[in-house]
Every structure is written in structure tokens, then in C-alpha cells.
Design a protein around this ligand. Structure first.
Ligand code: ATP
Length: 232
């Protein structure tokens, strides 16, 4: 198991955001997490990333964890390759490690660029390289495509699926986009009222196409209480 959460409850003061969440992510499994705004998706990701341990219940995550956010969060005063390896312990191999990770996200020629010169999609790929360079057993993606235009988003879907096939980390992808979840995930979860209220396993084949799993799509939308595909 890459991650196991049981009876997880998270409160902010008097407010209970997560209330008895049970969740397992198998090694190498791609899981998408949907939920309305404010349902606690980012809170759950932060807990899995060990950024918040003030919780009730059990959280167990095996191995290395990386997280990438909707905003790439690059340091503008450091070159791209230095951003990729920021905080890594082994300084001697840094440049080579960064270059390898940048090549994986098709940005080998941008190692010496400054972050403000990158497009939104490029910056997000640097952020992915920074997550990958840690060779995570669990990769947490918090709406990583949310700020990108539709074409760039499609290219990123393909890239993430390729990287996942190659390295096979467990992935938990938070998204507002039901179609994105149906394109990428092995399993789709819906968070609502503080717990997982729906779960759907999607079978092969891959790669998927828009329009696959329309039956699941309808059920996920119903669990979300909406009739449109974009909830943002
Ligand atoms: N540090 C904090 N202190 C107090 N309340 C918080 C804190 N972090 C999150 N919350 C509250 O917890 C709830 C869940 O927030 P969270 O960001 O996890 O939701 P989300 O599902 O990721 O939302 P969105 O889809 O809009 O990003 C929100 O009501 C938010 O206001």
C-alpha cells in the first residue's frame, strides 16, 4: 500500500472538515479525488504529504512523497534546474539529477532558464520535474492543470500518464474536472460531507478517450450534486 488512511478526522477550531475518512492507495495506483469547493480535498492532500499532522485517526504513508500544486511555486531568482533540486540532500549530483528530470518533462533545453521567462505549461512541467526528482512512491497532485489552457491541459494529461506508466508511483490527483478524472484514473473518489461518498473503479483499456465510462460520469456528477462537467 502506498497510503492508508482510516477514520481520519480533521478540525479547524470548531469546524470539522474531514469526518471519518477511510482511504487506501495501492502501490502504482492512479486515484482521482473529486469534491465540491471547500470539501476538504487539499486538506486531505496536505495530511498525506505530512504537512499537517494535527489530526485524529490513522495515516500511514510508505516511502517518499511528493506534492505539486496548482501554482508551480518556483523561486524566480533561481534557475530552472536549481528549482528542480531545491532541498535535495545530495548536492554533488544535483545538476545531473535536475537535467534527467527536466528531460522527462521535455524541458531539457530549459535547465538554465529563469522561471519568469517560462510559459504557464512549462512552469508546471518544472514543478512536475521537482516532484519526480525525489522518486516518490506517492505523488500528490493538487489541481496541477487547473490554471492551464485547454490544449496545454491535454498535453499535460498525456505527459502525466506517460510518467506514471514509466515510474509507477501511486498518484492521488485532486481535480474539479470529472472528465480529467475519467481520462486518467484507475479509481475515482468523491469527497463530500467530510468523507468519501462515492467510489468507482475504471477498468482498461488505456489510453482512454473522452466519452469512455459515461455511466460512471453520470454517477460521479450525481454524487457531486451537479449537472455540468466543470465545477470550478
Ligand atoms: N488552515 C486553515 N484554517 C482554517 N480553515 C481552513 C484551513 N485550511 C482549510 N480550511 C477550511 O477547510 C475547508 C476545506 O478546505 P480545502 O482547501 O481542503 O478544500 P478543497 O476541497 O481543496 O477546496 P477547493 O476545491 O476550493 O480548493 C474550507 O472550508 C477551508 O476554509
Amino acid at each position: 500500500m502506498a497510503a492508508r488512511v482510516s477514520a481520519l478526522t480533521k478540525r479547524f477550531g470548531p469546524r470539522t472538515v474531514l469526518s471519518g475518512v477511510d482511504l487506501k492507495i495501492a502501490r502504482g495506483e492512479f486515484v482521482a479525488l473529486l469534491g465540491r469547493s471547500g470539501s476538504g480535498k487539499s486538506t486531505l492532500l496536505r495530511i498525506l504529504a505530512r504537512l499537517d499532522s494535527d489530526v485524529e485517526g490513522e495515516v500511514s504513508v510508505e516511502g517518499a512523497v511528493s506534492i505539486a500544486f496548482q501554482q508551480p511555486r518556483l523561486l524566480p531568482w533561481r534557475r530552472v534546474w536549481r528549482n528542480v533540486v531545491l532541498g535535495l540532500p545530495d548536492r554533488g549530483r544535483d545538476r545531473a539529477l535536475a537535467e534527467r528530470a527536466l528531460a522527462e518533462v521535455r524541458l531539457a533545453d530549459h535547465a538554465d532558464a529563469w522561471p519568469p521567462t517560462l510559459s504557464g505549461g512549462e512552469a508546471q512541467r518544472v514543478s512536475l520535474a521537482r516532484a519526480l526528482v525525489r522518486e516518490p512512491d506517492l505523488l500528490l497532485l493538487d489541481e496541477p492543470f487547473g490554471a492551464l489552457d485547454a490544449l496545454t491541459r491535454l498535453a499535460m494529461h498525456r505527459l502525466v500518464e506517460d510518467l506514471w506508466q514509466q515510474h509507477r508511483p501511486g498518484i492521488l490527483l485532486v481535480t474539479h474536472d470529472v472528465d480529467e478524472a475519467l481520462l486518467l484514473a484507475d479509481r475515482v473518489l468523491v469527497l463530500g460531507d467530510g468523507r468519501i461518498v462515492a467510489e468507482h473503479v475504471l477498468g482498461p483499456p488505456r489510453p482512454r478517450r473522452l466519452g469512455d465510462h459515461l455511466d460512471v460520469r453520470a454517477e460521479v456528477l450525481a454524487a457531486l450534486g451537479v449537472t455540468e462537467h466543470a465545477l470550478a
